[in-house]
Design a protein around this ligand. Structure first.
Ligand code: RIB
Length: 306
């Protein structure tokens, strides 16, 4: 097992609706299926990393309700160590997930509840945990000041920092300068830079623009085209792995981030860590759900060896 991976982020109970298309405003349509399951980008990433063999710690806020019990159950099953502030004045997060029949593409609305109240004080209370990490990983579903505070602690302690800038938001240069590895998808890279990102060359240009603002390296996740690593003007491309038909892409980015983080925490070389993350993501999209789709280490190794 590698050094600890500490994740700051949120848990949601995902309510997933499968249908041919999204309804228009004022319209009712019939769906093709429903599932209720564990989600939230931070929690999904922590679950992916733990199932992939990491020593993983999750810092978050939960309410005291049935969805909080769902969070604790999925973490216990995966081996994620929870560091939870229980917030009795709010509720555990939830998300509406639209899944398009046939393509597995999704559209999401997040209501973070208690996790929307994660504060800089909450982060400070976990200073020693963050300082002891090998890799610190966060996203943008909890308030930005909390993410910024945690990145400052991690950077000062020499911990490798990964920011998955999702959902997309404008970020100050002060925050970008604290990030060793930024992992936007194409649309997030566009939002962050104002540049189009539809080709590999455009992804490289966007990555270079982010590096010029202070980020150490950028991984642009390209969906079915895999991922592009960019640092110091040099690119590495890792192709997507597809061990079966794609049924649900909801947690694909989270699967990649979790897998990549745990590979880094083990000291794997960047090219190997990218391939490892792609294998975790490739398996996850062949299954329904977000956290429940994350593969076990043995499955990832089998795919990498195939
Ligand atoms: O990245 C997918 C996740 O985004 C879902 O699980 C949903 O909860 C939202 O946080």
């Amino acid at each position: 097992m590698g050094k600890p991976v500490v994740v700051l982020g949120i848990f949601n109970a995902d309510t997933g609706y499968r249908a041919a298309r999204l309804p228009k405003l004022g319209e009712t349509i019939m769906g093709a299926g429903f599932h209720l399951g564990p989600g939230g980008k931070g929690s999904n990433q922590a679950t992916a990393a733990a199932r992939a063999g990491g020593d993983v710690h999750m810092v978050t806020r939960l309410g005291e309700d049935d969805f909080a019990a769902m969070a604790r159950a999925v973490w216990a099953d995966a081996g994620v160590k929870p560091h939870v502030i229980v917030d009795r004045e709010s509720h555990t997060g939830s998300a509406f997930i639209f899944l398009q029949e046939g393509t597995g593409q999704n559209a999401i609305i997040v209501c973070p509840g208690a996790a929307g109240r994660i504060s800089e004080d909450d982060v400070e209370a976990h200073r020693a945990l963050i300082e002891g990490a090998g890799v610190f990983l966060t996203q943008l579903e909890q308030p930005q000041p909390a993410a910024l505070a945690a990145l400052k602690i991690a950077r000062a302690a020499g911990v490798t920092t990964i920011l998955n800038p999702a959902p997309a938001a404008a970020l100050p240069d002060e925050m970008l300068a604290l990030v060793d590895i930024l992992t936007p998808n194409e649309s997030e890279a566009e939002t962050l830079t104002g540049l189009p990102v539809t080709t590999v060359a455009e992804a490289e240009a966007a990555a270079d623009a982010l590096i010029a603002r202070g980020v150490g390296a950028v991984i642009v996740t390209l969906g079915a085209n895999g991922v592009l690593w960019r640092k110091d003007g040099v690119s590495l491309h890792a192709p997507a792995r597809a061990p079966g038909p794609v049924v649900d892409t909801t947690g694909a980015g989270d699967a990649f981030n979790g897998g990549f983080a745990v590979a880094l925490s083990e000291g794997q070389a960047i090219a190997d860590a990218l391939a490892f993350g792609c294998a975790v993501a490739g398996i996850s999209v062949t299954r329904h759900g977000a956290a429940t789709a994350m593969p076990a280490r043995a499955e990832v190794e089998a795919l990498l060896a195939s």
